[in-house]
Design a protein around this ligand. Structure first.
Ligand SMILES: *Cc1c(COP(=O)(O)O)cnc(C)c1O
Length: 400
């Protein structure tokens, strides 16, 4: 095979990675069936049915909340937009948020009628820094603050509550990937600021499409529920100009089956996380995202290389290893948000240029993890890469 051939094939996009970056696995049909049969018997398919209600209260218990402390939604992006609206932020105002997040956050801010203002993140946490925010002279311009718990890493909610109380600015916490950190007794406690979790298939607790809003404020949560249901609650009077962001009974059925299997699911994520952490421990070239392998799990692994290595992903792809830059170059580099106001973003730009998502899914083998780490280490450490003789091309295919 000629040296140029793999490049050519890659350039045309024909090579599918043998070890994909993600391979979600939700409960299988057998586990969901009893719940589907309940739906058949109930003849209730949407609009706050019995399964929806049960999932909501079981999740509330899981997170250590009162049964009505959770509102389920169709997805997290809509929930973020509705959370901003439920907080009464005047449309047209700015929402301070990190650029270093999934683009859904910026979309939700726009959907709520607000203008994203991108702030830089703390290099140690990959999240907004409350001390830096507190010192800003332009806080009066901010109608809201959207804080993101990056890749499921817990954030200090009490600190953000203090900042919100002191400034009067509503804080919303986007914790899309932090399902596990929020567990009862877990490392991230729900404070006054509402928290939004995603139940998307790519998250650790995936049900396909779904979102959950956690709040200790019943009046606020009631507003959010109304906004997600045409403005109705208990009657057909539209008190608020709402939309439809309800979760269907079918999604709730998957959610209940996912919750039944959660202890086992979590244990397999944890074993994978530990194995990666061991394989990467003491590595000078590959640094996992903040908090990785601490007291929580999530369904992605992003590592940073010491320097921008534009060809590292191609090198991994040549070895059959799928990668993804989960948050790309940051929201401010997306065409739709390029004109949004922002601060200088040196930390975001540095991390974005060096972060690569590695394959991370429940059924991976230890051998695959070791192989990925060795190839990634090589890709991180070198400019143009040649294969060492002990890792022949196509090894990933043999391992898959
Ligand atoms: C997954 C994710 C979202 C989107 O959640 P959906 O439920 O797919 O709408 C938003 N922000 C972040 C940071 C995410 O990880």
């Amino acid at each position: 095979m000629g040296i140029a051939a793999p490049n050519l094939i890659l350039a045309r996009g024909f090579v599918a990675p043998t070890i994909p970056v993600a391979r979600p696995r939700l409960p299988d049909a057998r586990a969901i069936l009893p719940y589907l049969q309940e739906i058949d018997a109930n003849h209730w398919y949407a609009n706050h049915g019995l399964l929806w209600l049960r999932l909501q209260s079981r999740l509330a218990t899981h997170w250590g909340l009162e049964p009505d402390g959770v509102a389920l939604t169709a997805n997290a992006t809509l929930a973020l937009a509705l959370a901003l609206r439920a907080s009464g932020v005047t449309p047209g105002r700015k929402c301070l948020m990190p650029s270093w997040t999934f683009v859904a956050g910026a979309g939700a801010v726009r959907e709520a009628g607000l203008v994203p203002h991108f702030a830089d993140i703390d290099p140690a946490t990959w999240a907004l820094n409350p001390d830096a925010l507190e010192a800003r002279s332009d806080l009066r311009e901010m109608g809201a603050i959207l804080v993101v718990a990056p890749f499921g890493c817990p954030i200090d909610t009490a600190r953000w509550d203090a900042l919100s109380a002191q400034t009067g600015i509503p804080v919303i916490i986007g914790a899309a990937a932090a399902f596990d950190a929020l567990r009862s007794g877990g490392p991230m406690a729900l404070g006054n600021a509402p928290v939004i979790v995603s139940l998307h298939a790519t998250k650790a607790f995936g049900i396909g499409e779904g979102g959950a809003v956690l709040s200790r404020n019943p009046a606020w949560l009631e507003r959010l529920r109304r906004l997600s249901n045409f403005g109705f609650l208990g009657s057909r009077e539209a008190v608020l100009a709402g939309t439809n962001a309800k979760m269907s009974e079918y999604a709730a059925a998957v959610g209940l089956a996912t919750l039944d299997a959660w202890p086992e699911t979590r244990a397999t994520w944890q074993a994978l996380t530990r194995h990666y952490a061991e394989a990467l421990s003491g590595d000078r070239l590959l640094a996992p995202s903040p908090g990785f392998a601490e007291d929580w799990i999530s369904a992605t692994l992003s590592v940073t290389l010491p320097q921008d290595r534009p060809d590292a992903m191609a090198e991994l792809a040549r070895e059959g290893i799928g990668t993804l830059r989960w948050w790309g170059d940051g929201c401010h580099r997306q065409p739709a948000y390029a004109d949004c106001p922002r601060d200088p973003l040196p930390v975001t730009e540095s991390i974005a240029s060096r972060a690569i998502g590695l394959p991370f899914w429940r059924d991976m083998t230890a051998t695959q993890v070791d192989y990925i780490c060795s190839v990634a280490r090589r890709a991180a450490g070198q400019g143009t890469l040649a294969l060492p003789p002990h890792l022949p091309s196509g090894t990933a295919r043999a391992l898959a």
